[in-house]
Design a protein around this ligand. Structure first.
Ligand SMILES: [Zn+2]
Length: 283
């Protein structure tokens, strides 16, 4: 048995060079686009290979609930098992590669390996996913609050939605004299937006749109950095939200963000960085 496993490993290793240098032909369906609160799912293994880092393997599945790092959001954590639960693969990292998502990690026990075509069970770390979704959605909430606070000259740029040191950078600057006031005002306005959604049945709106549908959904139209004709996913937290193309994971309802605190506003060159943190129901 042991030699078979080793043989298989050798085979996979020779395939690795081919996989990394060529464009991957696989497409992984992103199940988290449909439901960010789906923490367990199934998928079929399309391919697997070893990386050059010892016992680290890469799995490519036909579909996944794991969100790879990107768009200012960290990679999900969790594990993948065989349907009978006997073989367990711990996720260390997730990456985009062409249309595929690479699940990078290690088997719990040495010598274990999945097979191509095998059905697998995916388990996302629920607490971390909920936290990442809250922090990411809070970035969009900040955009809405910024508009409502009248700072329409600031346009959302990049975001960093990790659970420590989260911020959104806006293109444009605010006068030094209003910064402290704006910190307080944004906190009040953002929490007001959350409170107003209490009891509102309609939650966060998210949809995989064609280019034309996105054009209708987004108040300011499809941004120029998106190639014409390309499908895209659009997020709107509330009716007031002008909408944003976004591939991240999100809360289902704005009230799931619970409470936000804007901690500081600083100038970053031509940008303004607005930092925030979230409070739990318990704290
Ligand atoms: Zn987003």
């Amino acid at each position: 048995m042991e030699s078979t496993a080793q043989q298989q490993t050798e085979e996979i290793k020779t395939e690795e060079t081919k996989q990394v240098t060529e464009k991957l032909q696989y497409k992984t369906t992103r199940d988290y686009f449909e439901d960010s609160y789906k923490f367990v799912s199934k998928g079929t293994l399309l391919d697997l290979w070893l990386t050059d880092k010892g016992d680290e393997h890469v799995l490519v599945l036909d579909r996944t609930i794991f969100h790879p790092q990107g768009g200012g959001q960290p990679s999900d954590e969790g594990f993948i098992t065989s349907v009978d639960g006997k073989v367990k693969f711990i996720i260390k990292n997730l990456q985009h590669k062409d249309d595929a998502i690479l699940h990078i990690g290690t088997y719990e026990q040495d010598g274990e390996v999945f097979e191509r075509g095998q059905e697998l069970l995916l388990n996302v770390d629920e607490l971390k996913r909920r936290a990442y979704a809250r922090y990411h959605s809070a970035g969009h909430l900040l955009d809405v609050a910024m508009q409502r606070a009248g700072q329409t000259q600031l346009k959302p740029g990049k975001g960093y939605h990790f659970t420590s040191g989260a911020y959104v950078e806006y293109i444009g600057n605010v006068d030094n004299s209003v910064k402290d006031k704006l910190v307080k005002e944004l906190t009040i306005v953002a929490n007001q937006i959350i409170q107003e959604q209490q009891g509102v049945e309609k939650g966060v709106w998210s949809k995989n749109c064609t280019y034309e549908e996105a054009g209708e959904a987004l108040k300011e139209g499809v941004p120029s950095y998106i190639p014409k004709g390309q499908d895209l996913r659009v997020i709107k937290l509330t009716d007031e939200d002008s909408g944003c193309p976004c591939g991240g994971t999100h809360v289902k309802h704005v009230t799931d963000i619970v409470e936000i605190e804007i901690t500081k506003i600083i100038k970053k060159g031509k940008n303004t960085r607005v930092s925030y943190t979230l409070k739990d129901k318990s704290s």
